[in-house]
Design a protein around this ligand. Structure first.
Ligand SMILES: [Zn+2]
Length: 110
């Protein structure tokens, strides 16, 4: 299996289908999945939540709310976002990379 890129920004139909399949699994099955990335609770102390902290991250397929593009938010990127960048645990990727980049530049059109 060869991949041009596994950033999740431009998933092939099979990558997308696989990510959707994994996302629909029971959490216990996700946790044991080879693509799951373990969470480090010590790095999540900044998180203020009434819910349980995650014990792992799994690839999350999503559709950009601005342009409708399909992207996969990779488990390793979630780990970085929550544990390194201090992102809120309830925050989810809702816009694709292109739209987020355009917004940072202050453009309204990608
Ligand atoms: Zn977009």
């Amino acid at each position: 299996m060869s991949r041009r890129s596994d950033s999740g920004r431009d998933p092939s139909p099979s990558e997308w289908a696989e990510a959707e399949r994994i996302a629909a699994l029971h959490p216990l099955q996700q946790q044991d999945h080879p693509t799951a990335v373990p969470a480090d609770p010590a790095r999540l102390v900044h998180v203020n939540t009434y819910g349980a902290l995650p014990t792992f991250y799994i690839d999350r397929p999503f559709i950009c709310r601005r342009c409708g593009k399909r992207e996969i938010w990779r488990a390793r990127d979630q780990k970085w976002f929550y544990e390194e960048a201090g992102g809120h645990i309830d925050a989810r990727a809702v816009e694709c990379y292109t739209c987020r980049k355009a917004k940072r530049k202050g453009d309204t059109q990608p």
